[in-house]
Write a protein that binds this ligand. Sequence first.
Ligand SMILES: C[S@@+](CC[C@H](N)C(=O)[O-])C[C@H]1O[C@@H](n2cnc3c(N)ncnc32)[C@H](O)[C@@H]1O
Length: 240
Amino acid sequence: MPTAQTLSWGTYAQKYDILFDYNPFYQKLHRQVMQEVGKWSVPSGAVLADIGAGTGNYSLAMAQNFPQATVLHIDKDEGMNEQAAQKKYRLELSNHQIRSLGVDEIKLAPDSLQGLISIHALYTFPDPAKVLQNMYEWLEPGRPAVLVNAGRIVNVLDWQLAIGWHLLRKYGFKKTLEIMREGKEVSRQNAYIREIQRQGGYWTHSHGEFCEAIEAAGFRIRHSKTCFRGVSDFVVAEKP
Ligand SMILES: C[S@@+](CC[C@H](N)C(=O)[O-])C[C@H]1O[C@@H](n2cnc3c(N)ncnc32)[C@H](O)[C@@H]1O
């Protein structure tokens, strides 16, 4: 049975951006998050952070959107960070800093961030409630956070069918087969994640429970909704 030992973020990293290139639901969520982030008022010299930033799809977009700010891309996996580094190099971004750190190793001063996001990463952390408290601590009062988390157990087959159907309509049979073959590792790692969720190794929650956890850390929620085909929760919050 798959366990946290068989899940490998490093292996996942090699194929992770197939999600960004082809998964319409990942692409939609990316648009939703960046639309929200695009509303931020970011002063010159601001520091923004993406916690559990993966291959940098969000942190790099933030660095592009806000050249006046520095974006901290924080993730513990070297493979994920290497993918982000390659893209950062191609984009020639000088305001994007990659920090290879576990979430419990992050040392940021209180009130030092002018905005933060964490997308589909909180559920993987050993103590999400503690991380939410730390995020609250790091954020300057009045500043926003976009917090998205996968709270429900993923039905991998259902997702494959939904994505396959979309690809068939968009690319036709041959290209769809190629993409699905290329994406096998993504499906395998997602099946491991599902198993860890089922075993209680990853945080699962209802929409209400996610909002409660965010409020318990001290945040004020501006608005919230479910997203990612109902599997995830999307919260826009601020430190009062
Ligand atoms: C599903 S990925 C999400 C990546 C990115 N936010 C996105 O949506 O594309 C989860 C990320 O959390 C990172 N992660 C898992 N446990 C971590 C920890 N304890 N500290 C820091 N990062 C961690 C993984 O390396 C992985 O990159």
